[in-house]
Write a protein of this length. Sequence first.
Length: 132
Amino acid sequence: MTHARYRPPDPSKGDENTIGGYAAVHDRPAAFEGSDGFSYSVELMTEETGDAAQPWAAFFLFVKWSRMGAQSPEGHLESDYLVQASSESDARDLLGATPLSAVKRLLDRLIAARPGASQRPWWDAMREDGET
């Protein structure tokens, strides 16, 4: 079993108020509490588009973490392509400049858009449904 090591933030690596800068400064992905009360970490993803003019696109992958017991993924959400560019590194850099506040708003919109999505945090839903 490997254990995470604490590394002090290094503000010389970027603007920690952007999603890419946060990951660089803190040496880990950013994480948010979603509007559903679950924790989500976010990764910047890229893939080829097949478009000759802008062959690379970037989007966010939000990993939803279990609320109880061992920390393990419970699901994920993906944004649409948010930027397109002529190279993979340009696409990643463009998406990485997104402010953290905008990433959080996008996460909450994706949560709300899920079919059958409840707007109640999981702890309220459990209490109202009589679960302990």
